[in-house]
Design a protein around this ligand. Sequence first.
Ligand SMILES: *Cc1c(COP(=O)(O)O)cnc(C)c1O
Length: 397
Amino acid sequence: MEQLAIFGGAPVRESPIFYGKQCIEQDDIDAVVETLKGPLITCGPRVEALEEKLCQVTGAKYAVVVANGTAALHLAALAAGFGEGDEVIVSSITFAASSNCVLYCGAKPVFADIRPDTYNIDPEAVEKLITPRTRGIVAVDFTGQSVEHDALGEICRKHGLVLIEDAAHAIGTKYKGRPIGSIADMTCFSFHPVKTVTGGEGGAITTNDEKLYRRLMRVRTHGITRAMEEMVHPTDAAWYNEQVELGYNYRMTDFQAALLLSQLQKLPKFAARRREIVEKYNETFSRMPELTVQREIPESDTVRHLYILRLNLERLNCDRRQFFDAMYAENTCPQVHYLPVYWHSYYEKLGYGKGLCPNAEKYYNEVMSIPLYYSLTDDEVDDVIRAVRKVIAYYRK
Ligand SMILES: *Cc1c(COP(=O)(O)O)cnc(C)c1O
């Protein structure tokens, strides 16, 4: 049998492929440079144009562009009115920011288990966690696949909850033909370089609710308003603005907005290439008994952000750590998404313990994300597959 690179054999490829990478082309660079030469480099026309573009892409009435995805979640949690004594149900397999935004507001995150096959929040698990203190849900479209909106919407209506959708992975995805961003009470996006489109940093919240929109706009800039009807001491003096609540500076620069406008034009081609790669992986891995392919629900037309390689450990003579290290030595550099949020030591200190979400914990021990991004070439995809095959052949029982 071919020896694994980790034990001194030759790796499948010479230079590493990482699990994600941005694609910045000359026209993206030109758009940024052009903006830097203009008179307004923050809070200018590009930010407004980006908000309009996001409304087009998501079908939402309003969009508020902010500094990053975490800021988007923070402002959404604030606008939802979460506070001391409230409970908010959160996906257990997500980036910590989905849950931290609840803590920022002084409320308590309550972790719901995932479905064992789609890895998205399980609406039945959510329903069981509802108490008289429950105020909302933060649900992540994990890997880009839409959450089960019909079931979650029903729960929210029945119990009067606010649904915040963490769509950091899901720009471009549709649920039953409706774009993500137009369905939940508020939907949060991230434009970090690893996401499908990037502004370097960046985020946005979309909503159809005018009241939420006004509040989000205000807390994005210190809680300061220029609208007389929002003032306690209204005056039409041109210089006057008034801080009416405690907000933040979560603004985005105009050159980041310019980059994002340019990137959003490429969303269709980015999405199509990601789809092609996912199909190739699925076709290959669904025939290998040592692997499980993520289940896709028919309601979601998914622009996939992450590809999860899930090991059937009972068929392998290794654990996830050994498999991961072997992939790394073969120069395919995976990542693990994610540690169940409540396993972080900070959450442990807050009193959360192991065993809360068995599906999430089992999932965590069996997975890694393998390369998926627009500029990944066919040869690189083949190398990733060769690395997976080689490691499986080595560890197969
Ligand atoms: C990236 C990400 C965030 C945070 O976004 P930033 O822009 O990095 O602050 C939040 N939630 C999920 C699920 C993410 O993947």
